[in-house]
Design a protein around this ligand. Structure first.
Ligand SMILES: Nc1ncnc2c1ncn2[C@@H]1O[C@H](COP(=O)(O)OP(=O)(O)OP(=O)(O)O)[C@@H](O)[C@H]1O
Ligand SMILES: [Mg+2]
Length: 449
């Protein structure tokens, strides 16, 4: 039902028909009004104007023919007829012949590509002005129109040149109209291209920033609004970078400062005799060291590392082999080598964290790669206990650990998945959790290609 309703909405169809790019849309904004204007001008003005002119021309020719018909019918000598013929040929572009004693078959024949309107206008003018039976035919080569008039004593034949009846000014006007719109269209294309280029550059810079790549020589340009957007983007980029740097520096500082007293404590403890208390203390110190390592890892995830083309399958194979050396059963299916642009160290840390979790919580792991249009999906399945679906969001929060994993064998701080999520997002990708067909958790990482 919702589907049907959507189709009834005119906006649905407008959106469907409208071109997607700003360039094409802006051209439409220019082209549609110009086209509409031309259609109106053509149909109203040109048509009207052209018909009027054609009727006037036909009226003139018919008038001249009528005068000659009257002249000849009033009784004419051969000498007078010759003079009349010469005059008509030289000054009126009309070739006349008089066939004495002939009779005419009144008919109208249109051949060639003559506008029917021209012939019709002439036939109307003839019947109005000559008021005698007449025949009318157009020559196939469009050059002449042949008129015959029945007079009392014979037939008057007139060949009228096309230019006496046909006005080409309307065609020339149309040609100009077409030509000027082509010029206008070309100027619009060049102009729009230049206007849209800065927007495209801004989008590219924003995309690069989103995927954690360096913004190459972006500078605000173009129209005022576009420049303002570009400047705002640069400021935002700077602010975010500064914030990340501050946070990184602070976390790194704290972790680093804690390490020194911890090392001292460890040294002090090693001089003490091993009672149970000392053992517990030693364990605590080891745990604290591991935590600090995790914090440092978290911080390092945000260090500036440049994206570069890497082979994904090789990278995963490297991690898989490392895991296999721990004695974990791990299967990896990835046929050909897939190239993606990524930050190699960050991506390795990300995949190691996920695979490390699978290793920690399960005993069998399977990794598969799916190629999709424009992206690559990596599925990491394990046969562990999995995560209840209602906690899928929670586990991505820093320091969150599902209750039953709080035991010494799976000890961790709960920073693994937050780091993973950060890295995946920094690459412009998505991460989702699901139930695995192997019984445990499926982590699906989609990265743009
Ligand atoms: N493959 C998995 N199977 C079952 N539970 C998991 C799995 N991966 C993560 N979890 C649950 O999600 C929690 C958060 O994982 P995360 O990697 O962030 O932390 P951690 O592994 O406990 O600690 P850290 O990674 O910082 O050493 C884990 O404590 C665990 O409860
Ligand atoms: Mg982990």
């Amino acid at each position: 039902m919702a589907f049907e309703l959507k189709k009834l909405n005119p906006w649905y169809w407008i959106h469907k028909i409208l071109p997607r790019t700003l360039f094409a849309r802006s051209l439409l904004i220019i082209v549609i009004p110009v086209l509409l204007m031309e259609i109106v001008v053509m149909s109203v003005f040109v048509d009207n104007h052209w018909r009027k002119i054609t009727s006037r021309l036909a009226f003139g020719v018919a008038g001249e023919i009528a005068i000659m018909a009257d002249e000849i019918e009033g009784g004419v000598t051969d000498k007078r007829l010759e003079k009349l013929t010469n005059y008509a040929a030289q000054n009126l572009d009309l070739l006349i012949t008089y066939e004495k004693g002939e009779t005419l078959k009144p008919e109208i024949v249109f051949e060639g590509t003559w506008e029917p309107f021209t012939a019709m206008a002439l036939s109307k003018a003839l019947s109005e002005q000559v008021r005698r039976p007449f025949s009318l035919s157009t020559s196939p080569d469009d050059k002449w129109v042949n008129v015959g008039i029945q007079l009392d004593g014979g037939v008057l034949r007139i060949l009228a040149l096309e230019r006496r009846l046909f006005s080409s000014s309307a065609y020339i006007f149309l040609l100009w109209l077409g030509g000027s719109s082509v010029i206008l269209f070309s100027i619009a294309v060049i102009f729009m291209r230049n206007q849209i280029r800065p927007i495209r550059r801004l989008a590219l810079a924003a995309e690069r920033m989103g995927t954690g790549r360096e913004i190459l020589s972006f500078k605000p340009e173009g129209a005022r609004e576009v420049r303002a957007a570009g400047r705002a983007f640069l400021e935002m980029h700077e602010r975010i970078t500064r914030q990340i740097e501050q946070r990184t520096a602070m976390l790194a500082g704290i972790s680093h400062d804690l390490r020194t007293p911890l090392t001292r404590m460890k040294l002090g403890l090693s001089f003490l005799d091993g009672g149970d208390d000392v053992k517990a203390l030693k364990q605590d110190v080891t745990d604290m060291e591991r935590m600090i390592d995790s914090y440092l890892d978290f911080v390092r995830g945000e260090e500036r590392e440049m994206g570069e083309p890497i082979f994904l399958t090789s990278l995963i194979t490297k991690i898989v082999e490392k895991t296999r050396r721990h004695g974990t059963e791990i299967e990896f299916i990835g046929e050909e080598d897939i190239r993606i642009v990524a930050r190699p160290l960050a991506l390795e840390r990300c995949l190691s964290n996920v695979i490390g979790n699978a290793e920690k919580f399960g005993s069998g792991i399977k990794i598969t790669i799916e190629k999709q249009t424009g992206s690559i999906a990596i599925n990491i399945d394990d046969n562990g206990p999995g995560i209840p679906p209602e906690l899928y969001e929670e586990v991505f929060k820093p320091f969150y650990r599902v209750d039953n994993s709080r035991n010494t064998t799976t000890g961790g701080v709960g920073l693994g998945l937050p780091i993973v999520k950060d890295i995946v997002h920094a690459h412009g990708g998505h991460i989702t959790l699901d139930k695995s067909p192997m019984g445990g958790l499926r982590v699906r990482i989609e990265l743009p290609q």
